[in-house]
Design a protein around this ligand. Sequence first.
Ligand code: DGJ
Length: 470
Amino acid sequence: MANYKLIIFISAILIAQWANIFAQQAGNTNAIYSGLAWYDQNGKVVSAHGANIVMKNGKFYLFGEVHSDTSNAFAGFNCYSSKDLYNWKFESMALPVQKNGKLGPNRVGERVKVMKNPSSGDFVMFMHVDTLGYKDQFVGYATAKKITGPYQFKGPLLFNGKPIKKWDMGTFQDHDGTGYLLTHGGMIHQLSTDYKSIIAETNPTIATGFESPTLFRKNDTYYFIGSHLTSWEKNDNYYFTAKSLSGPWTARGLLAPKDKLTWNSQSTFVLKIEGTKDTTFMFMGDRWSFPKQHSAATYVWQPITFTGDSISIPQYLNAWTVNLNTGAANTIRLNHKILLPNNKQISYSGNWKSSTIDSIPIIRSNDPKAFLSFKFNGKQIGLYAYLLPDNGYAKVEILNNKGEVVVKNIIDLYSKSPMSQLAFLSPILNKSEYQLIVTVTGERPNWSDKRKTLYGSTGNNITIAKLIIL
Ligand code: DGJ
């Protein structure tokens, strides 16, 4: 065989193997799944936290923080695109770690937000810039000609020549294209016409804490959502409403049922999806998981329910769809076979204990050598867990019939507020025989903040409620 033919032949085999390993073709995901890892077109976990979404030519562009599993240090801001909000294609690292300076190595860069400037047509990116210990914060900005970047970091956004020395931030673009910067506490500043500086303080502080400021407008009402100040821990986010951005703002209470910790997430953005019949406002939140923020932090995206001018997320939807033509949101029922923990086809190694929580049968273990194994013939498998305050990280692997690992991820089963949820859903695989292995890692999310307050799980348990095969 001529050399070039050999190269083509070997490449074809490698591509086929690669496609088999990441047997998730783009366009396969059929819904918005909260609280579990999403995979991009390369089979890599989508890393885009503290995010926002910008629409351009019928496509959604998602910007968010890249994370590692080891530290808080700025690791860049990613950009993904999607035509349906379900399948995300990695586009670029829109702003990488700079060689040096305020977004260089060992710095903090968070809560990236991008808006298209209506007058220049440029894309302007805003972010929280800080030291690793969160002691010298300001709001920075970067600009690009193309939505996917590369973005040029320009330094602090100035108001009367001075930086805005705030940490959590967000942005809001009003119907007339005017841009606003939101900062923790509920302060709002108006951006200049080119979005590259600040020209006015629109609204003073309205609450203490009020991190992750997220603002949207429906008709003539502005809704301002924020969280309490609990580091990476989730809390009950709350909101205000007003008829003008300069207030007066009325406190309206919690966004989700009390003690559900905003369905175990923290707000970052609300996306308006306007259709021919309906408009869905999609709450976007982060389910942080320190320290394994890359592998195990996930996204909680839920449709907001309106009752008059009150908003809520009354129940948690594991999976839902939104029709981009009509604008309507729909819950979907997953058509699957269920296996409860006592199913004889599941084998357990190490020490496990069966019991029930709220009549839900569960099995749990914190034995560092424990794992469960289950052989199945199908194309997709999922796992419901009972998230609990003493749960830790589980390792999930799927092996093909040659024993090769085709999917591998770490999932976080911790929640300060107990709740049963879908915690893992594999990519869609080629229909075949596989083995699922779920292992206790002996690790858990826990950390302390700059005041040395301790947060996170009290144990390394993993608590499984059921497996589903689709
Ligand atoms: C909460 C903020 O909302 C996050 O963006 C991040 O800064 C964490 N605190 C850090 O503890």
